[in-house]
Every structure is written in C-alpha cells, then in structure tokens.
Design a protein around this ligand. Structure first.
Ligand SMILES: Cc1cc2nc3c(=O)[nH]c(=O)nc-3n(C[C@H](O)[C@H](O)[C@H](O)COP(=O)(O)OP(=O)(O)OC[C@H]3O[C@@H](n4cnc5c(N)ncnc54)[C@H](O)[C@@H]3O)c2cc1C
Length: 394
C-alpha cells in the first residue's frame, strides 16, 4: 500500500468540496477524492439546482472566483411569478434586495469552474476514486482507496459527498431525514421564442412546481411531491408530467402544448436532512461535513449552493485557525453551533412557507407539513440564516 500525507483530504468534488479545495489549496497540500469519473458523459449531464442568490457574491469574491464567475455566462435572475399563497398569482423582483438579483446558473459550468480554480490553486483531484475506507488513529485520519492500493493520511478529513454523506455514515453518524420529498425534473429543449427570464413557482394539490430557463436556453420543469404519492410513478412519464404542469396558468404560458417524446424525467430526493449533531460532536477531531453532507435543504429555500459556499468559508477559517487536536475540537464545536443556528432559522422559514397555500390544506402533502408545524417537529433540516432568500426555488 502506498501512503501519501496531506494537510486535508476532501471527499466529493461538488461545489462544496471544490470550493474548499480552492480556498485551502494555495497554502496547503489538499487532496480531493471524487467518486464520479468526471470526463464521462454522465458527469456532464445537466444538474438540478440553478438559482444562486446575490448574497453569494461576497463569498465568491473572498474565494477569488468572482471575476471568473462573471465571465462564465450565468444569467441574472429575473422576477419571480408565484401562485403559492391563496388569491391571484403575485409577481416580485429583487430590486430592493441589497445583494442584487442573483443568477440562474449554467450549473455544469459553475461546478467545472470551481474544480478548475481549485486545481489552479494547487489542489490534487482524483476522480473515479472507487470505494473508500475511513479510519482515525493517533490524531490522524486515514483514507484507504482499496482498489488502487493507496492510503492517504491527514489531520483534517472533510465529507463533501452531498446528500450521500458517505464518509459520515461510514463513521456511524446518522443522517436525520425529515421528509421524503422527491423532485421530478425534466429539461426541455431550447425554444427560440422562449425569452422568459422569470422563476415560475406554484403550489399544486399534492406538491409544488417551479420552472426556469437556464443559460443554455433549455427550460427546467420540476415538480416536488412525497415519495409515497401514488401519482409518482405516473408522472415519471413526460407527457403526464407536462399535462399536469399545463393545468397551472403560470406554467402553461411558457410550456409547449405537445409533449416531445425524447424528454427524460429524472427523480431525485429533495427533502430536508441533517447529520446528527450529537454524533458529529463525538467524532474524532479534524472531521467536518460541509454543503449538503452536513445540512440539506428543501429546494423551496433555494439555498443549497449558498450554504455550500458559506460552510466552506466557515470550515476554512477554522482549519486555518489551528492545527492541533484542541484547536480542531474547538473549531468543530463552533462550526456545529453555527450550523444549529442556521438550522433553526431555516426551520422557521420552512414552516411559514408551507403554511401559505391554505386552499390545499386538506390534501396530505400539505396537511403533513402543517402537522409538523403544529407538533413542533423538526420537519426540515437546515438553511442559511442571515441571507435567507425569498421562497423561490431553482
Ligand atoms: C431538486 C433540487 C433543486 C435544487 N435547487 C437549488 C437551487 O435552486 N439553488 C440552490 O442553491 N441549490 C439548489 N439545490 C441544492 C444544490 O444542488 C445542492 O445544495 C448543492 O449541489 C450541494 O453541493 P455539495 O457540493 O454539497 O453536494 P453535491 O453537489 O451533491 O456534490 C457531492 C459530490 O460528491 C460526490 N460523491 C458522492 N458520494 C461519494 C463518495 N462515496 N466518494 C466520493 N465522492 C462522492 C458526488 O459525485 C458529487 O460530485 C437543489 C437541489 C435539488 C435536489
């Protein structure tokens, strides 16, 4: 077994892992291990999650990435047209938001740019890394890359594997999933007449919709419903999903009348979840979980990417503040306290948001969520506090 020493090992090269590697790479030996083979077609398939709030500007500037970001062709967000609360649809823009309107991202470009910036800063990326085994002894984390007969060692180990939380779960840290929300989403081919730059959002009897046009010109259509909804299977068929969406006036005006047979409907878990903070606090020092691995949000909050970047900034600050065991324990305690406050703020906003569509209140999708509110259960898991955006997803 070959053994290599690093200052930090990050598992997962999504936005969180890549941004942290970029933030740390210039001063430290940083390794990023990614499961996907990033050069394959599957890796360049479109990724859901397109809306970045204007508050992310400050973080991108701190990471030295803002110029590159501005040059990447991401589109400024237009207004939101929402038929969420009862009454007529409402239209609101971001004019009064001091952070600016934010962006609709070319998500593939965004993720790739973060990775390339991290490599340019000196981080080492290994993709197609295969199964990993994490252990800790005498203050050192060890990751065995079994298929490659390679061992990596570092004082800092970061789980950035998204909702998978692969390393945390391997270490026995449970992930508390608050609701089994599923997102069905499809990418419609570009249409020359579609110049709409709005986020379109509406509540339905058994879930909620959004649609936006992304910089490639494609339009994303997404529907969120419960995993045990009998209609889930039916809506995996594109003609059925389109027909249901077209019953909503705010969507019908931008969606085609006829279904194009080639459109694929993807399904992804999208509910709120968080790692058990008590188990996390008991884990050996030097271990952190950032981005979705630590806290994942209902897409209605539109805050996952911002949170990924914000958690990077916090963890990078803590890693830089010290390198011995006591420093790492204090750092994680501070990080967990910060995450707890983010979680509490997000939970309150989640409850307020889902209480809105009273017209559907008797339907199980909505009554389950208001029951969570009444009972004070921790329905959703987390979300950025201070810069929380208006309830507009995508
Ligand atoms: C339907 C939906 C809509 C969304 N809309 C928005 C939005 O509008 N705005 C917004 O800000 N956010 C949105 N999000 C959330 C956003 O996409 C995520 O918060 C963001 O991708 C989190 O980044 P991450 O780096 O933490 O995780 P990920 O992007 O999931 O990256 C994790 C990486 O880890 C890798 N990995 C996983 N397991 C392993 C393993 N065992 N070993 C090695 N590598 C591994 C994966 O291949 C991946 O590259 C949405 C999410 C969903 C589901």
């Amino acid at each position: 077994m070959r053994v290599t020493d690093w200052d930090a090992i990050i598992v997962g090269a999504g936005p969180a892992g890549s941004a942290l590697a970029c933030r740390l790479g210039a001063q430290r030996r940083v390794l990023v291990l990614e499961r996907a083979a990033l050069s394959t077609a599957a890796a360049v398939a479109p990724r859901i999650g397109e809306s970045l709030p204007g508050a992310a500007r400050v973080l991108l500037q701190r990471f030295g990435l803002f110029e590159r970001f501005l040059a990447a062709g991401h589109a400024e967000r237009g207004a939101t047209i929402s038929h969420w609360d009862d009454g007529d649809p409402v239209w609101f823009d971001h004019l009064r938001d001091p952070n600016g309107p934010g962006w609709h991202l070319d998500r593939h470009r965004f993720d790739t740019d973060l990775r390339e910036a991290a490599m340019a800063a000196g981080a080492t990326f290994v993709d197609g890394c295969g199964p990993l085994r994490a252990t800790h002894a005498e203050g050192i984390w060890q990751i065995e890359q079994q298929a490659f007969a390679q061992t990596h060692r570092a004082r800092v180990l970061v789980d950035a594997t998204g909702r998978n939380a692969a390393i945390a779960r391997q270490l026995g840290i449970p992930r508390q999933v608050s609701d089994e929300l599923i997102c069905l989403h499809a990418y419609l081919p570009s249409h020359v007449d579609d110049e709409d730059d709005c986020t379109r959002l509406c509540a339905d009897s058994n879930g909620w919709w959004y649609s936006v046009r992304v910089p490639s010109g494609q339009r994303v259509l997404a529907f969120h419903l419960d995993a045990d909804d009998a209609e889930l299977h039916v809506l995996r068929s594109w003609p059925n999903l389109l027909a249901k969406a077209r019953r909503q006036a705010v969507l019908a005006e931008v969606l085609p009348v006829m279904a194009d047979a080639d459109v694929i409907v993807h399904a992804r878990p999208a509910g709120s979840a968080m790692l058990d903070p008590v188990a996390l606090a008991r884990t050996a020092p030097g271990f952190f979980a950032i981005g979705d691995a630590g806290l994942s949000f209902d897409p209605i909050a539109s805050q996952g990417l911002f949170h990924a970047l914000a958690s990077v900034e916090s963890v990078a600050g803590y890693i830089e503040a010290g390198s011995d065991t006591a420093d790492h324990l204090a750092a994680r305690e501070a990080f967990l306290a910060e995450q707890a406050s983010v979680h509490a703020h997000y939970r309150q906003r989640w409850w307020d948001t889902y209480a809105g569509p009273a017209r559907h209140g008797a339907q199980s999708f909505w009554s389950r969520r208001s029951a969570a509110l009444r009972e004070g259960r921790a329905a959703p898991a987390a979300g950025p506090a201070a810069q929380a955006d208006s309830p507009a997803p995508a």
